[in-house]
Design a binder for this molecule. Structure first.
Ligand code: ADP
Ligand code: ZN
Length: 741
């Protein structure tokens, strides 16, 4: 391709032809390899090369550096028949690595996460159940075997044949069980052709007729995508204002030009409604990219994207690293959402990386939110980003009234959690044939279990966290490391029996109260651990939409994007929940979440009502929500951050030191503290215990570097780290722009 530079040809340049190949491994730089005679390579080509005794896949990064004698160079083994990674794709990997202080190879690994996609797809072996087959004599029908056959019974009723791997996974057994059944003649083999992609989305299909405000917004976006070139736009509109229809127009424009569009959603597995809507608008679904895909889906999708066969990708943050040949627009929906921050491995914020990707690729990016992050709001206020506003709900629906319920006066009965006024409103809503939602961002039955005799609290042995009772599952669970244990019959500390008591509410406990108050109402819990997989979520969303439920008790899974026309009452059980703790973003995040939850009410023809139960009705967050004064809240929040020199007015970077030996962790953290950069404007706070001082058995300390906004923190940190020796058992993670602290 023209942008990939000249071919590096072994046969033309003789023995001197060499290329630098970046490997998707934690390595600092690309390694040189010899280009064998007859092979022509361009930068971006995906190749297989030897590394010690292994063969690994890498990407040609450029001409070789020439430090190793060519006689000693190993040769490239082969080139894969996929389009080369684009120049922009390669610069993006380098940029992300430099910004997040991750090794380039580790970032490349995110882009090359599906090695099987490099080979041309082969037909795969799958099985159906063989009709009327009897097991051979002596063949034992064990439970795992029965489970596999039971699965395939369903298949005869219309499902597709499945691969041995899929069958084993679904039946919860090994692949050998499936093979055994096949050898016994009980399964019918079929060869599946590689999946072909369905029809592409059709940009020419007419969308709904847009309101005047929507049309003006859409026209702005169409012009930006049409001319191309980098710009960042904040699409700022209240919930239900029709932002989605507007950015669909930006997508249509990109497709019309033969380019691709990428839409990032914070939690794609929860976005069945979004996918349905897209398919209705464009006549075909987009390609999806998220952790719930099967291996075969990942392979087919990756390959099709690389070959330019996928016009629209909707995905989680990792979709940023897919091999788009010619991206025309990026949309980041709910841009303020904390799910965009990746906290493991390479630590990055997908929204910020998406802006960098758009900048490098010279294309427009649209950040969409009803409650933008303070970062984005400040960038729009200072005209670094453009802003498009949609100030009212589509079709004349009005924003709900928000009432503050002061729990100090309007008190729920003992060991109950719903205030009398909220109960009254619930009763009225149900009597009127409407739907209600109770929101509590806490899974399980009770967040704390303690002994009434001695005060002992059930804590996770691996984490700084209490164990959460899940009554439906009859377990205590750690929400950080996943530890599960049965409820103790007696206190593990004092031995008394029958003294362990649940403290505080989770959604299961609210559901119990609802069942007691309204035994005839159709109620259900919607939380990530009560719904298994996207299909269950989809089904629940459909049930709510079709009014098959009267009361939904939900965690933040409920807060996201859904549109429920019959939902007229939202009760927030504990509006103060996110405000405790010292996190700098606590107020911003609580405001955003509660605003979003409130936005679920009254989206149809009937007006909505929101009741926030709080012990702090005078808190600025509550006051702003009740008054509908979003910008007043942002202003206050911005002033506080500016005064403290905190983001987005100052910059932060965190070093997290962790290890299993607390003494050693402390020693390294102290050494880092002593070696910290000092200056008039640069400060290092800590070491202090990290927010989760013990996580999955690792002790964690944190140092926080604070600097003026214009400071480049990466060189400071690199220099800082180079002055301290880090023992191999200790890990130091760098988090540039930490999200929570
Ligand atoms: P937002 O994303 O701003 O919360 P949505 O795009 O979800 O808002 O729109 C809210 C509701 O209004 C949806 O049901 C959507 O289908 C409907 N809607 C928005 N714009 C139009 C339009 N131009 N014509 C018809 N219905 C629309
Ligand atoms: Zn734990």
């Amino acid at each position: 391709s023209a942008s990939s530079g000249p071919a590096l040809q072994g046969d033309l340049l003789g023995a001197e032809a060499r290329v630098a190949v970046l490997l998707p491994l934690p390595l600092r730089e690309a390694y040189d390899y010899r280009v064998p005679d007859g092979m022509a390579l361009v930068p971006g080509d995906v190749v297989e090369v030897p590394l010690g005794p292994r063969r690994v896949i890498g990407v040609v990064w450029g001409p070789g550096a020439g430090t190793v004698e060519s006689g000693r160079l190993k040769a490239v083994v082969r080139r894969f028949d996929v389009p080369p990674m684009t120049e922009v794709g390669r610069r993006f990997i380098e940029w992300v690595a430099a910004y997040t202080m991750t090794l380039p190879g580790s970032v490349l690994r995110m882009a090359m996460s599906v090695p099987s996609a490099l080979e041309p797809p082969k037909p795969t072996l799958a099985y159906l159940r063989k009709a009327d087959a009897e097991p051979p004599p002596g063949f034992k029908m064990t439970d795992p075997r029965k489970r596999v056959l039971a699965l395939l019974d369903d298949t005869l009723a219309g499902g597709p044949p499945r691969t041995p791997g899929e069958l084993a996974e679904e039946a919860g057994c090994g692949v050998t069980v499936v093979r055994g059944l096949a050898e016994a003649g009980l399964l019918e083999p079929v060869l599946l052709e590689p999946t072909t992609l369905g029809r592409p989305p059709d940009w020419a299909r007419p969308g709904p007729s847009l309101s005047a405000n929507q049309e003006a917004a859409a026209e702005d976006l169409r012009a930006r995508v049409g001319t191309g070139g980098y710009s960042t736009v904040l699409l700022d509109g209240v919930t239900g204002s029709g932002k989605t229809e507007v950015y669909y127009e930006a997508i249509a424009t990109a497709l019309k030009q033969g380019k691709q569009a990428l839409v990032l959603l914070p939690e794609i597995a929860l976005s069945a409604q979004w996918l349905d809507r897209f398919a209705k608008r464009f006549g075909a679904p987009p390609a999806e990219w998220h952790s719930e895909l099967t291996g075969a889906q990942r392979r087919d999708t990756w390959r099709a994207i690389a070959k330019g066969e996928v016009p629209v990708v909707v995905g989680a943050r990792s979709a940023l690293f897919l091999p788009y040949p010619d991206l025309g627009v990026i949309v980041v929906d709910e841009e303020h959402d904390s799910a965009y921050k990746q906290e493991e491995g390479a630590i990055y914020h997908a929204r910020d990386m998406a802006v960098a990707r758009a900048h490098l690729g010279g294309l427009p990016i649209v950040l969409v939110s009803a409650t933008p992050s303070l970062e984005t709001k400040v960038n729009a206020d200072s005209h670094r980003y453009a802003r498009i506003e949609l100030p009212s709900r589509h079709g004349g629906a009005v924003l709900p009234d928000i009432d503050l319920i002061d729990l100090r006066r309007d008190r729920p009965p003992a060991r109950h959690w719903l205030a009398p006024s909220v109960r009254k409103a619930l009763t009225e809503t149900l009597a009127g044939g409407e739907q209600a939602m109770l929101f509590l961002n806490r899974r399980g039955y009770a967040p704390l279990t303690l002994c009434r005799a001695c005060g002992h609290r059930m804590q996770c042995p691996n984490c700084t966290a209490w164990l959460v009772e899940h009554r439906l599952a009859r377990k205590l669970q750690c929400h950080h490391c996943g530890l599960q244990q049965p409820l103790p019959p007696s206190c593990p500390s004092c031995g008394e029996e029958g003294t362990m008591a649940a403290c505080g509410p989770g959604v299961e406990r609210i559901a119990e109260e609802v069942a007691e108050l309204y035994p005839d109402a159709r109620a259900a819990i919607m939380a990530s651990d009560t719904l298994f997989g996207p299909r269950a979520i989809q089904e629940m969303v459909r049930k709510i939409g079709d009014h098959e439920l009267d009361i939904v008790i939900g965690t933040q899974v409920m807060a996201k994007g859904h549109h429920f026309p019959m939902l007229t009452l939202v009760g927030v059980v504990d509006a103060d929940l996110g405000l405790n703790g010292g996190d700098l973003r606590a107020a911003e995040r609580t405001y955003q979440l509660l605003h979003q939850v409130a936005g679920r009410a009254g989206r149809g023809e009937r007006p909505g009502r929101v009741m926030l139960q709080t012990f702090m009705p005078e808190h600025p967050v509550m006051q702003a929500l009740a008054a509908g004064d979003r910008d007043g809240f942002y202003q206050l929040e911005a002033e506080m951050r500016q005064e403290a020199g905190m983001p987005p007015f100052g910059r932060l970077a965190a070093l997290i030191v962790s290890g299993e030996d607390p003494t050693l962790v402390d020693r390294v953290a102290m050494a880092l503290g002593r070696a910290a950069p000092r200056g008039e404007t640069v400060h290092v706070l800590g070491p202090a215990p990290a927010p989760l001082a013990l996580l999955r058995g690792r002790h964690r300390r944190r140092l926080l570097l604070k600097a003026p906004r214009a400071t480049q923190v990466q060189p400071l940190i690199a220099d800082w780290l180079s002055r301290v020796e880090i023992p191999p058992s200790i890990r130091v993670q760098i988090d540039v722009d930490p999200y929570s602290f």
